[in-house]
Design a binder for this molecule. Structure first.
Ligand code: URA
Length: 196
């Protein structure tokens, strides 16, 4: 069925990008300016997955371009990555929840086939879940981020490391050391995986 969920898993990257740009699978399409597909290296080993576009991202059409994005860029730099090379950056929901409210379960579910297809096409070797919504949906858990971080989970066989959302870290300096540990765990997990 054209435009349905069933063929999302068969789209190539350009068709997927077009589908997301015109998506009407949930109510967030009514209030968005731009659907935010994601940005980065389509052959990346790393995929960073946030929650959803904020006001700036909705305007610009690119993920993590606001204040939280500056912190994410610092995290990338620490890992020798940048937006053009080594990493693909996207979100659990591609459209901004109004007023930056939390994405609702049905919105996350409606958008999940897109993220699933992005992962299948890019074939990252490690997934870094930024915050509770990314972590919970990739790991299929209701646990809090503090409980999900610190161990290696799996999504379709790909290792998932959960960490705090950069927007949270801007407010909670004390958890920055833990986020750093999470980055090290992800880097070491990737290295071990690429060595085998
Ligand atoms: N926060 C997110 O989770 N994603 C973005 O793209 C921007 C801010």
């Amino acid at each position: 069925e054209a435009g349905g969920v069933d063929d999302i898993a068969s789209l190539d990257i350009d068709a997927l990008r077009q589908r997301v740009a015109h998506c009407t699978r949930c109510r967030l399409c009514e209030t968005r300016t731009h659907a935010v597909f994601g940005v980065g290296d389509l052959g990346a080993d790393w995929m960073m997955i946030g929650e959803g576009p904020g006001a700036t991202e909705d305007q610009v059409g690119e993920p993590f371009v606001g204040q939280a994005g500056k912190l994410l860029d610092n995290m990338l730099r620490a890992l020798d990555l940048n937006r053009a090379s080594g990493v693909f950056i996207t979100n659990v929901v591609k459209c901004r929840p109004p007023g930056n409210r939390d994405p609702l379960p049905d919105e996350i579910a409606a958008c999940a086939p897109y993220l699933r297809r992005q992962i299948a096409l890019v074939q990252p070797q490690v997934l870094l879940a930024l915050g509770r919504f990314a972590a919970q949906s990739l790991v299929q858990s209701q646990a809090k981020i503090g409980a999900l971080r610190g161990t290696v989970h799996r999504h379709e066989g790909v290792p998932v490391i959960a960490t705090y959302h950069p927007a949270y870290l801007l407010r909670a300096m004390t958890d920055k050391a833990k986020a750093w540990q999470d980055l090290c765990l992800a880097r070491d997990t990737l290295r071990a995986r690429l060595a085998t």
